[in-house]
Design a protein around this ligand. Structure first.
Ligand code: PMP
Length: 317
């Protein structure tokens, strides 16, 4: 759907997947004016489809749009567009237990502008693709390296919203980490170079005894929907959950570390390497008990294997 100066995104339609026309002057190409989202549709054992908290993604793209001066579809328009797109691509949703349909909404300034200023025309589109596990390790532990030269976010910047530029800025650190055999990069805060922020595409948690801690939402990490859900699930299971600054030293002393995100779901961390020192969790062999428990309860909810007492899933048909 395109919106003009009226900010109305109601004129959407389902079209075949194909290249889209874009002026070389488009605001997105020149000034990175764009936000995206990521959701998944899961197929239940009875063949029907489930979405997980899509209104949360709608709110997040509205917030992101506000940060970079873009109008966004309303929550209702966003959720409706996601539903229509998934239903039109129903045959691409893998069978239960075999993956999911990844849904990628994109919002960007599509009008030609030469000078730096918000344009008056925007495009909102959604494409989908079947996916399996994000990390090749699956639920096997991933290996992270702490990055202390590059930062993905600064206070007052755009790190707290899902703008495309945030991802360009992590590519170099991530590429170097992968070349050195790590699964991904763990970013630190830009002020003290000491507190955990997040991984390239997921949030981070540490477990010590009965307490689960995760960095707070203060504008330099993405407010993950999986993060928010895991906090609630963990509390409902009797864990103490703290949202507070977590130093890298503290994470090295944790019993378990895990990451959360739509793509990674819950990924146990097997090791963290910091300034050349590698710390392993659970001997890097097994998956931590808490990580496993939260993974199981979240995925059984998302795939309809457990009753959704939280009211988080949206049945599509
Ligand atoms: N942090 C970053 C930088 C991300 O790209 C993502 C994925 N959207 C997350 C965290 C996790 O967010 P969510 O749980 O909403 O997928």
């Amino acid at each position: 759907a395109k919106c003009g100066p009226d900010g109305d995104f109601s004129r959407g339609e389902i079209v075949p997947f194909e290249p889209i026309p874009l002026s070389p002057f488009a605001a997105v190409l020149n000034y990175g004016q764009s936000c995206f989202e990521g959701l998944k549709a899961y197929r239940k054992a009875d063949g029907s489809l489930l979405l997980f908290r899509p209104e949360e993604n709608a709110v997040r793209i509205i917030d992101g749009g506000d940060r970079i001066c873009m109008p966004a579809p309303t929550v209702e328009q966003f959720v409706d567009a996601v539903k229509q797109t998934v239903l039109a691509n129903k045959r691409w949703v893998p069978p239960t237990g075999k993956g999911s349909l990844y849904i990628r909404p994109l919002l960007f300034g599509s009008e030609p502008v030469l000078g730096l200023a918000p344009p008056t025309e925007y495009t909102f589109l959604i494409y989908v693709s079947p996916v399996g596990n994000y990390f090749k390790e699956g639920l096997a532990p991933i290996n992270l390296i702490v990055e202390h030269n590059f930062h993905r976010a600064v206070p007052g910047g755009t790190g707290g919203v899902k703008t495309i530029g945030n991802y360009a800025s992590v590519l170099k650190a991530q590429t170097i980490a992968k070349e050195n055999g790590y699964s991904d990069v763990l970013f630190l805060d830009a002020i003290h170079n000491k507190y955990l922020e997040e991984v390239s595409s997921c949030n981070i948690f540490i477990v010590k005894g009965n307490t689960i801690s995760t960095p707070p939402i203060e504008g330099t990490i993405l407010p993950g929907i999986t993060r928010k859900s895991i906090i609630e699930l963990a509390k409902s299971k009797g864990y103490e959950v703290e949202e507070r600054p977590v130093s890298v030293d503290e994470s090295l002393d944790a019993d378990e570390v895990f990451c959360t995100g739509t793509a990674v779901v819950v990924s146990p961390v097997g090791s963290i390497t910091y300034l050349g020192k590698r710390v392993e969790y659970g001997g890097n062999q097994g998956v931590g008990v808490v990580s496993q428990q939260l993974y199981t309860s979240l995925t059984s909810l998302q795939t309809g294997h457990a009753e959704d007492l939280m009211g988080w899933t949206m049945q599509l048909n």
